[in-house]
Design a protein around this ligand. Structure first.
Ligand code: TYD
Ligand code: MG
Length: 465
């Protein structure tokens, strides 16, 4: 029989090695390898393997009855928006986020609402004592909800308890990194334990029809296994994001077998828990610095919903040989591209300047349509010319400096009009249908050069005045 070789498993991505090494070749993280007895945990000795013949099952066609996934709405519109309409029976959802971002708070609220609606909702806390969880519920004004609560970490005990009586509709495991199962020997929090515990809980969810939510902490130092090791086993991965210093929280679907992956849910952390924000634009624009150079409002689309957000840029002379480029909330390579186009086609010299770009409110933008707003903010800061406070920008910049049309023009314009904006700088040729502009005065531009010229003129006029 082959001797089991020692196995070193990356606590970040789960890659296994026979020898220890400082850097994981799979995910490029340092110091994340630790020794685990994974071979012994998974392999069943040949003499113990069951000797039964495989069971026969029927094979079907693509044609046939399709059942809609039975959903359980949570009662929180922003959460349902991200899951695609509620929790699906027998499905497993991973809620990932930094410690302290508000995962336990959100799930305490969600389980309470379901319990109030008469469903059996279970909250298993592996991190906090029941007293602490109760204290939180009390603070949230939810102490009266009939959530079934326990502080447990043994997967076998949890499954045995939940299998009693009426099957639960929703089970929250907070967090998967504290769970352990007898079937493997590794310590809680290691890749092998997290995987085995998740597998056992997922099997229970599929069997009982309960919707299961696993909470997973994201850690940068790899001390405990990251949620990535269970991402492929679950049906949906929701990531809860936000800047610690700000009260906005954004819930984003990273993977979703039962719904869209581009929707976001917006929440505000208050003294009374998470408040849903049904109109994010109002929130993101609430603390605008009116009339100062370097800011531009971007009319974006997040999922099916238009979202207006302020982009802030600072372009300052540098004394460094290699100037700084720092971005928060946007793709750094996208910024480099916009800067390169400004240099190459518009004669805007930025190599002697540090450049900072920030998306206000902690939102992370993924759309290329933000190019034009970013460029406007950058040029505005460089030429010290404020942009009109009642204007919005959107459009994609191509490498040639042309402004390319983007999708959903009219939804963006309508949202801007609703929030009191009066004009919009947009691509010259709108894509496809142009069904209404919401009454905004539109400036269509064909190339970045004309935008730069227009902003520079404002700067000059301001200096002369
Ligand atoms: P928590 O849900 O415990 O975070 P996680 O489970 O993701 O680690 O929330 C932690 C933070 O939220 C904590 O710093 C306190 C803050 N908070 C509020 O501001 N208001 C509240 O009503 C609650 C319950 C928490
Ligand atoms: Mg928590």
């Amino acid at each position: 029989m082959a001797r089991t070789a020692p196995s070193f498993v990356c606590q970040n991505c789960g890659a296994a090695y026979t020898k220890w090494q400082g850097k994981c070749e799979s995910c490029s993280e340092w110091n994340t390898l630790s020794e685990e007895d994974s071979a012994a945990a998974t392999a069943v000795p040949a003499n113990l393997r069951p000797k039964r013949k495989g069971r026969l099952f029927t094979l079907e066609n693509f044609t046939g009855a399709i059942q809609d996934a039975p959903r359980l709405p949570s009662g929180m519109a922003e959460l349902d928006r991200v899951t695609g309409g509620g929790f699906v029976r027998g499905s497993v959802l991973l809620m990932a986020g930094d410690p302290g971002i508000g995962k336990s708070t959100l799930l305490t609220q969600a389980t309470s609402l379901l319990a109030r609606a008469g469903h059996r909702a279970v909250y298993i806390s592996g991190e906090e004592a029941t007293g602490q969880v109760r204290l939180r519920a009390e603070r949230l004004g939810l102490a009266d909800a009939a959530v079934q609560l326990a502080a447990e970490t043994s997967v076998e005990d949890i499954i045995a308890t939940l299998s009693e009586g009426k099957p639960p509709r929703l089970v929250v495991i907070d967090s998967i990194q504290t769970m352990w199962t007898d079937t493997v020997e590794s310590a809680p929090g290691t890749v092998t334990q997290v995987r085995a515990s998740a597998q056992a809980l997922i099997r229970f969810a599929k069997r009982s029809g309960a919707a299961l939510i696993l909470v997973g902490h994201v850690t940068k130092d790899g001390q405990i296994a990251g949620p990535r090791v269970v991402e492929h086993m679950v049906d949906a991965v929701l990531s809860f994001e936000g800047e610690g210093s700000q009260q906005f929280r954004i819930l984003r679907a990273v993977k979703n077998r039962f719904g869209p992956t581009d929707e976001i849910g917006v929440f505000e952390m208050t003294g009374l828990g998470l408040r849903e924000v049904s109109n994010p634009s109002e929130l993101f624009l609430s603390e605008r610095d009116l009339g100062s150079p370097g800011t531009a409002v971007f009319a974006g689309i997040e999922g099916t919903r238009p979202v207006l957000v302020e982009l802030q840029a600072l372009v300052a002379p540098t004394s460094l040989g290699t100037p700084r480029r720092a971005v928060v909330g946007w793709d750094p390579s996208r910024l480099s591209m916009v800067l390169a186009v400004l240099e190459a086609h518009c004669g805007v010299k930025l190599s002697g300047h540090d450049v900072y770009l920030n998306v206000a409110g902690g939102l992370r933008i993924h759309e290329p349509a933000a190019d034009l707003a970013a460029a406007a903010a950058l040029v505005s800061s460089l030429s010290n010319a404020a942009l009109p406070v009642d204007g919005v920008y959107f459009g994609e910049i191509s490498l040639s400096g042309a402004i390319r049309p983007v999708a959903q023009t009219s939804a963006r314009l309508k949202e801007a009009a609703k929030l009191g904006f009066a004009r919009a700088v947009v691509p010259e040729r709108p894509r496809g249908e142009s069904s209404g502009d919401g009454g905004l005065s539109l400036t269509g531009i064909g190339s970045l050069t004309s935008l730069v010229a227009e902003i520079a003129m404002r700067g000059k006029a301001r200096k002369q005045a």
